[in-house]
Design a protein around this ligand. Structure first.
Ligand SMILES: NC(=O)C1=CN([C@@H]2O[C@H](COP(=O)(O)OP(=O)(O)OC[C@H]3O[C@@H](n4cnc5c(N)ncnc54)[C@H](OP(=O)(O)O)[C@@H]3O)[C@@H](O)[C@H]2O)C=CC1
Ligand SMILES: N[C@@H](CC=O)C(=O)O
Length: 415
């Protein structure tokens, strides 16, 4: 039987306001917002001031409130709110991928101990129902790959800079449209996509990757000559989160990719996200939709609230069935690396070179690089360089991701 849901809402920004609006427009859901906690009481709001306070306990101590919806932009404050709410026996819905990637196992345990649900569909891919599909659809199918565009801000920037806008202008517009995080470095340097990847890996492969064990490299260092290289070759640069299973090991990272026209992400533009899930029996399936923005994100929050009416909770089925999988950092990647000088380029050690160019403004190399070499540098801060993964679908004569044993074999074969 459906139950009445009384909501305590934390945050009334882009997504919180969107939730209020979509809740008001939906007729089927027996849910109402009783109180809203925000940070700054002096801000003008679109609804009556009586709804608001800055006192978290107005929600957390209210026994009538059985659902806490956490939509704030501060993951440490969110940790306090969400843990207290779960301990008070309230269901929690959150969109806060940073909070969840940092504290996933603790939050799962707290929800279980207190027999409440902790749902977070909006935290990955905005409006795309990817978490619930991973939870419910692939029980008897073994997943081999999950990858895609999971950050709307960077996809918007890459689209708009391709149309002639400057990077700063495109970022400012993404902020004005409500897509970017409070600190947009999180978007631009691939942290936001990394947090989302941690959640995807949990639901696809059953293990919790420590967020700081996953390499994230964003688009801050992209230069005009990299964009020109891509354009001249008929390629596009897209920021992809990548998770792939090789035997009992999973490789995962976030990095720009140079993709060809037949790649699923080639025509995914603006704030749209797209995730491909590959499984043994179902083969490849593409999930596409708006990955950021007020109503699209609120629609995923709404769907979680609606699921609570039927006592829905994640079961983390892959954690039970895929017990032997581990996260692996010993692999090689096929990459394009450009540098402001040939000397700088020569400082990067390639295991094998497939293509090289040396010019006055810059130089580049395409080749195979070990992950241990990538780890030697903070690429987000290295302004002399830009790196992009070259996927298999780009015509070059080696696979784009090789496990440790495969890359050793290939390097021996070539040398
Ligand atoms: N925007 C998007 O497209 C998406 C966002 N998300 C996630 O959703 C969450 C909310 O994002 P968004 O709506 O864009 O953020 P906004 O910056 O638009 O709004 C944040 C809200 O949080 C409130 N707030 C901040 N700190 C506290 C606190 N300690 N206690 C109570 N309220 C607080 C702010 O209050 P005040 O109004 O007083 O400043 C504001 O209302 C984030 O975790 C974000 O990562 C997920 C998917 C997409
Ligand atoms: N900043 C994020 C918001 C949604 O998760 C993004 O741009 O994707």
């Amino acid at each position: 039987m459906k139950k009445q849901l009384t909501i305590g809402l934390f945050g009334f920004g882009c997504v919180g306001t969107g939730l209020y609006e979509v809740l008001n427009k939906t007729t089927l859901l027996q849910a109402s917002i009783k109180h809203i906690v925000i940070k700054d009481l002096s801000k003008k709001r679109i609804i009556d001031a009586n709804y608001f306070s800055t006192d978290a306990d107005r929600i957390l101590d209210d026994e009538e409130i059985n659902v806490v919806v956490e939509l704030i932009n501060d993951y440490e404050a969110a940790y306090e709110i969400v843990t207290k709410a779960l301990k008070s026996g309230k269901h929690v819905v959150s969109a806060n991928k940073k909070l969840i990637a940092y504290y996933l196992d603790e939050l799962i345990s707290l929800a279980k101990e207190n027999q409440v649900s902790f749902l977070y569909e909006a935290s990955v891919g905005g409006s795309i129902p990817i978490i619930r599909n991973l939870e419910e659809y692939y029980n008897n199918d073994s997943l081999s790959n999950i990858n895609g565009i999971v950050n709307g801000t960077t996809n918007y920037i890459l689209t708009k800079t391709g149309e002639g806008e400057s990077f700063d202008e495109a970022l400012k517009n993404a902020q004005d449209l409500g897509f970017a995080e409070l600190d947009p470095t999180s978007d631009v340097d691939g942290f936001d996509a990394k947090y989302k990847l941690v959640l995807l890996l949990k639901h696809a492969f059953g293990f919790t990757a420590k967020q700081d064990a996953v390499w994230n490299y964003g688009i801050r260092q992209l230069k005009d000559w990299d964009a020109t290289y891509a354009r001249e070759k008929g390629l596009k640069i897209k920021l992809l989160a990548f998770g792939t299973r090789i035997n009992n090991q999973v490789i995962g990272f976030v990095a720009p990719h140079l993709i060809p026209a037949n790649h699923f992400a080639f025509n995914v533009e603006n704030e749209f996200n797209a995730v491909v899930v590959e499984a043994l029996f179902s083969d490849k399936q593409l999930f596409l939709g708006k990955g950021a923005g007020s109503h699209p994100t609120a629609s995923a929050v709404l769907s979680d609230i609606s699921a609570l009416q039927f006592d829905y909770a994640y079961e983390y089925k892959k954690s039970k069935t895929e017990e032997r999988l581990t996260f692996e950092n010993d692999f090689s990647l096929k990459v394009y690396v450009s540098a402001t000088t040939q000397e700088k380029l020569d400082e990067v050690e390639f295991a094998d070179t497939l293509e090289t160019y040396s010019g006055q403004s810059h130089s580049y190399k395409i080749g195979l690089i070990r992950y241990s070499e990538i780890q030697k540098m903070d690429w987000n801060a290295a302004s002399e360089y830009f790196l992009a993964v070259v996927p298999d679908s780009v015509e070059l004569d080696t696979k784009s991701i090789l496990s440790a044993s495969e890359s050793t074999e290939l390097i021996e074969e070539l040398s």
